[in-house]
Ligand binder design. Structure first.
Ligand code: AMP
Length: 158
């Protein structure tokens, strides 16, 4: 279990954890790949969420998922960009969370994933928790822990 002191200090910065859905670049599962290609090029993020018409979370899409469809034996074809939709290539095997403030779970997942989509029980996309924002809060904890707690070494560190 995460130390209650660390948890309490992380929670004092909880307003930074969640980047709300309306601030997150996303595409619709029905969009053509050409549209997703343009969005990913413009926003410069590696992977972005895919939503349906009702703002429900469906998966993630990245540039390699798109360019893979363009690969011929010895040439590149632009045709798949207008023939295929985002839902044809998106990754649906994505770890999501419901509660962005479960510090222990968030920390565990962010070890592997650079960001976590936050999805309500209804399936609605709420936003994302990024490793960057989480690290900012952890930076605050590392620099200020002794201001709030009396720290005493109980046994030598190896
Ligand atoms: P960061 O920790 O800010 O580098 O973000 C890690 C990853 O989270 C990025 O590479 C994107 O895949 C995703 N991401 C962060 N912010 C946004 C955003 N505003 N819209 C869409 N995706 C984002």
């Amino acid at each position: 279990m995460i130390d209650p002191a660390i948890n309490a200090m992380m929670m004092s910065h909880k307003e930074h954890f969640l980047i709300p859905g309306e601030m997150v670049a996303s595409v619709s599962e029905e969009n053509r790949l050409s549209h997703a290609f343009l969005v990913l090029t413009k926003v410069r993020y590696a992977r972005i969420p895919v939503l349906d018409r009702d703002s429900k979370f469906k998966g993630l899409i990245s540039m390699p998922m798109i360019t893979e469809t363009m690969l011929g034996l010895d040439n590149l074809s632009l045709a798949p960009l207008d023939e295929l939709c985002v839902r044809d290539v998106m990754d649906t095997n994505v770890r999501t969370i419901e509660n962005p403030y479960d510090v222990e779970n968030v920390m565990h997942i962010l070890v592997d994933d650079p960001f976590i989509p936050v999805v309500a029980q209804t399936g609605e996309f709420t936003g994302i928790v990024t490793r960057r924002e989480f690290m900012k809060s952890f930076n605050f904890v590392s620099h200020n822990l002794d201001e709030y707690y009396d720290l005493k070494l109980k046994k030598p560190l190896e």
